[in-house]
Design a protein around this ligand. Structure first.
Ligand code: SAM
Ligand code: DTB
Ligand code: SF4
Length: 331
């Protein structure tokens, strides 16, 4: 399986616009070159600090400037995070992703507490992922040293559409954080959202940015917008299943070795619809009854779906190579 970083916009456009069943078939064929195609990574999310965010991301219920029903909550205690991590692990999760409604990380007591959470959850044998906003290289290194495995920072949409969605930080700020994450040898989790009012051209451009990175993101979350009352996107039309399949299948074909995550939006999907996404190459989900603030299928529902579809949960730290000199994970 060759991994290419030189995709052109026209090549991706041609793939993206194939008749849906041809596109699915091609993506499924690429996916089946991976021996473990029926393995799906289960990642569980915890919102460790909720609401009151200064940013203006138009999709986000946690932005302070929008009148949503979200209750602002301070940074969780380490004990509470550990308890939630234990429940996630008992339900088959191999990764725990901790999200904070921050614009960026600051070097203060809160960050020290996050580092403690990271270390404790890593000691429980779970892959720790954090999504805390913008990060300097030094902060990325501190996370890595504490036992953090991955960092999620999405580009969200195309560079052209970006200013219509967020004005309080730039597309280049995002890329800068992603470079810091990569340089600190954290696993890179980076994807975006569909349903923000973007065009198909924007979707292709977003996939082009991801697939022409020097190294593809190790995981690529594809979120369907969850429209939340009070946000500027509250009345956006729901993303249809064929649009999700098209994104997932194209991502699978152009980034064949990355984990593609069927992310936000599963609560509104039937098992048959999700099955088509797995067929089209999705091999990860967020599980647990809440994403960060919005509903998601509960663990039992997903365990049932795995049984029905013959899927198995992927083990933590699978395929991770350890440098025996430094004992560091090579990602
Ligand atoms: N504050 C940090 C940041 O923005 O990087 C971390 C948390 S933020 C909520 C993580 C990601 O969640 C966003 O980049 C966006 O892609 C996704 N997200 C937020 N609200 C969403 C919504 N309503 N529907 C779908 N995805 C959403
Ligand atoms: C990602 O790509 N999706 C997750 C995670 N990374 C942090 C977040 C989805 C949030 C959906 C809206 C909410 O629950 O607040
Ligand atoms: Fe804040 Fe992140 Fe929500 Fe943007 S997406 S408003 S940065 S919590």
């Amino acid at each position: 399986m060759t991994v290419r970083n030189d995709w052109t916009l026209s090549e991706i456009t041609n793939i993206f616009n194939k008749p849906l069943l041809d596109l699915m078939y091609e993506a499924a064929t690429v996916h089946r070159e991976n021996k473990a195609y029926a393995e799906v990574q289960i990642s569980s999310l915890i919102s460790i600090k909720t609401g009151g965010c200064k940013e203006d991301c138009a999709y986000c219920p946690q932005a302070a400037r929008y009148q949503t029903d979200i209750e602002v909550e301070p940074l969780m205690t380490v004990e509470k995070v550990k308890a939630r991590a234990a429940v996630a692990k008992a339900n088959g999760a191999s990764r725990l992703c901790m999200g904070a409604a921050w614009r960026e990380v600051r070097d203060n007591k809160d960050f020290d507490r996050v580092l403690e959470m990271v270390s404790e959850v890593n000691d429980m044998g779970l892959e720790v992922c954090c999504t805390l906003g913008m990060l300097t290289y030094d902060q990325a290194e501190r996370l890595k040293a504490a036992g953090c495995f991955a960092y999620n920072h999405n580009i969200d949409t195309s560079s052209d559409n970006y200013e219509n969605i967020i004005t309080t930080r730039t597309f280049d700020d995002r890329i800068n954080t992603l470079n810091n994450v990569r340089k600190a040898k954290l696993s890179v989790c980076c994807g975006g959202i569909v349903g923000l009012g973007e065009t198909d051209e924007d979707r292709v451009k977003m996939l082009h940015t991801l697939s022409t990175m020097e190294q593809h993101p190790d995981s690529v979350p594809i979120n369907a917008l969850v429209p939340v009352q009070g946000t500027p996107m509250e009345n956006n039309q729901r993303v249809s299943i064929d649009e999700m399949i098209r994104m997932i299948a194209t991502a699978r074909i152009i980034m064949p070795k990355s984990v593609v995550r069927l992310s936000a939006g599963r609560n509104e999907m039937s098992i048959a619809e999700q099955a088509m996404c797995f067929m089209a190459g999705a091999n990860s989900i967020f599980a647990g009854e809440k994403l960060l603030t919005t509903p998601n299928p509960d663990f039992d529902t997903d365990i049932q779906m795995f049984k029905q579809l013959g899927l198995t949960p992927r083990k933590a730290f699978k395929d991770v190579v350890i440098n025996t000199e430094t004992m560091e994970a090579i990602v």
